[in-house]
Structure formats: structure tokens, C-alpha cells
Write a protein that binds this ligand. Sequence first.
Ligand code: PLP
Length: 396
Amino acid sequence: MPGWEIIDQKERDKILEIFKVSNGVLFAHGFDDRRKNIFRVRNFEKKICSKLKVKYCVATTSGTMAQYIAMKAMGIKKGDEVITQSFTFVATVEAILALGAKPVITDIDNSLNMCPKDLERKISAKTKLIIPVPMLGNPCDMKKILSISKKKKIPVLEDACESLGSKYNGSFVGTKADVGIFSLDFGKTITTGEGGLIVSNNKKIMDFCREFHDHGHKNDKKKLRGQDTRKIWGLNLRMTELQAAVGIAQLSKLNHILKKNKKNKDYLKNKIARSNYFEFRKINSKDELADTLIMILKSKKHANRLVKIYKKNHISTKNLPDAIDWHFAGNWEHIFKDVTKYQYNYKFCWSKSRDLLEKSVAIPIYVNSSKKELNFIAKLTNSFFSNISENCKSQN
Ligand SMILES: Cc1ncc(COP(=O)(O)O)c(C=O)c1O
């Protein structure tokens, strides 16, 4: 699954280098002599640009703040409508609310990502931004979403927090929208403990992001930090050298993570016998980040029964169903109690999404899964579906 599985000597060595070579300078800027002119956050950003083939990258404290900064840079302000999807982590909507903007939420389709048809229906004169979220490695239908964005002249910010490394039509997710963001928290493809990334080819937006995340510092190379110039105010949302050191080590493992995930997911998928009692989630690309296998069953009752069998056999599942409360808008009373549009009806607004999510089971795919472990999952799954099939036949 994610980078945490393969944290080893490499991350440790990169951290120790800060002390051995750069006299323990943990701050991203200044102290040029003391740090021997090695700037790890800046190097990490450059490496992300070259890996994702994008012009600009700003590293931040978290994915949530990456989204906040990027939205601010895109001019989102109080009262603007921002469209995102019903299946996402709460953070996507929290960042919208933190700017005083109004979340408008679409249903998902059987890829469990934004339904482009519903997106088109939800666009109004007040819509200022579209935020599709490629969930659990699966790219969104960006062809349709970008064509709607173009037609309606509304920019797109891709919340690719859960999908670093996934590709759509040959490009990394997060790089074809106006702006993309990623999370580097401890559950993600690669991790820095906490952390986030903003990427874009738009210089104006990225200049704002760089300045805003650093109290407005323009980082003029000819000036000392204390004499640096500024044109906007900002906040401190900077990544530290410690995080960047780990990030650089993790990034060097990204290809390995993607390859192993794909191999393990393909293996498991092939071992699970097809049945009329479930379908796999629709995947929008052959180059997805393969860190999750999702089955959509016939009913919530079936899904709960399968999860019970997995749990009994010490097989974990992911946020479907374990953390559905944090990932489905229809369960967010704490958020919508203050949002007029959804205050009284949030439970009923996205019934198609609720139905799909409540009958879905997400199996984590680990980088280090053995064939024996994958065979065991497949065996349990196959016997579950053949039992259902037998029971149904005997009832008819
Ligand atoms: C879809 C999505 N958006 C945003 C975030 C927020 O990222 P972070 O935890 O780095 O703030 C997450 C993290 O789980 C996420 O999954």
C-alpha cells in the first residue's frame, strides 16, 4: 500500500545527513553557509516537478493546507460556490469552509469518483471552482470533467491527495487540472509523516502559493531573508528539512511502490472468481495507483457479512466500510449543521452515493503482501460468493 511499509535505512540516512553535512539546519531557508548550501525542501520540490513533469511545486505542511493555499491563489473567497464530490475525506470540504466558500456536492458514479453528469447539473452562476477527487488511486473521468470546465470556463483543482503516482491518459493525476494537490500524511503513497504538495504549470498561481505559504516572502536570491521583499501577506505553512529529507528518500521508491502494488492487485484480482454477486469498481485508467481493490456487492447486508468474515480472519479493510463516516458527505452532521444548503437534508442528498458506498468493500493492497496472503484473501472471498450463490439457488 503506502510508503510507510518500506521506510528503512534510506530515510534514516537522509535525516542523519542533515546533521552530518548541514549542521542540523532544519529550516527550509537561509543559513546558507551553515547548511553548506544544501536546501532539501527546494530539492524535494524540484524532484517532484521532474517526476510529475510539471513546472512548479510548493511543499507545505499538509494536503489540507495545500488545498487551502491553492484555492486562495485561485481567487476563491467568501460566498463562492465550490463543487466537489460526496465521497472524499472531510478535509476537501473543510478547506472550502475555511475560506468562507460554499461547498456544493455531487454524487459519485460506479468509479466511486465525481459523476460528470451530476457535475454539469450542479454548476450555477456562482460556481467558481471544481474539485474532483481521484479516490483511493482511481483517476477521475478527467476527459469529461475538463471538457465541462472548458465549456463553462470554471477552473479545476484536482485533490489528488490519495493518488500520487496514478496516471490518466499517460499523465500523472494532479497535473492536467489547473492545479493539483497531494497529501504526504502517513497513509499515502509516499509519506513525510505529515506534509502536502501543490503542483501546477501556472506561474502566477504558484508564485502566490509560494509567497502565501511563507508569510509573503518572495525569496529574492540577492537579499538576506530578513531583508526580503513582499507584496502579499501569508501564513507559515512551510515544510521542514526533516520532512523533505524523508520525502526525497520516499520519492526514490515511488516506482517500486507503483510496480509492486500493480503486481499484487492484478494477482489478487485474477484469483477472485467472477460472480453475479459483485462487480469491481470501475477503474478509469490502466495506470492507476493500485493500492486498493474495491468490490461493489449487491447489498449492504452482503457487504457487512463479507467484512465480518475478513475481520474474523484478521484481514483488514480500508475506509469502506471502516472509516466511511469520515469519507461520505451524507454522514457529516458536524459539517453541514452550519451550511444552509445541506443543513436539514444532508442525509438524503446523495442516495446513489450512499447506496454504492455502503455496499462496497475496500481491500488494501500492500507493497509487501505475499502470494500466500493474497491467496488466502481470494480463497475466503471466493467461498463467500459461492455460498451466497448456493443459498440463493436453494431459496428459489
Ligand atoms: C482526498 C483527501 N483530501 C485531503 C486530505 C488531507 O490531507 P492531509 O491529511 O495531508 O491534510 C486527505 C487525507 O487523508 C485526503 O484523503
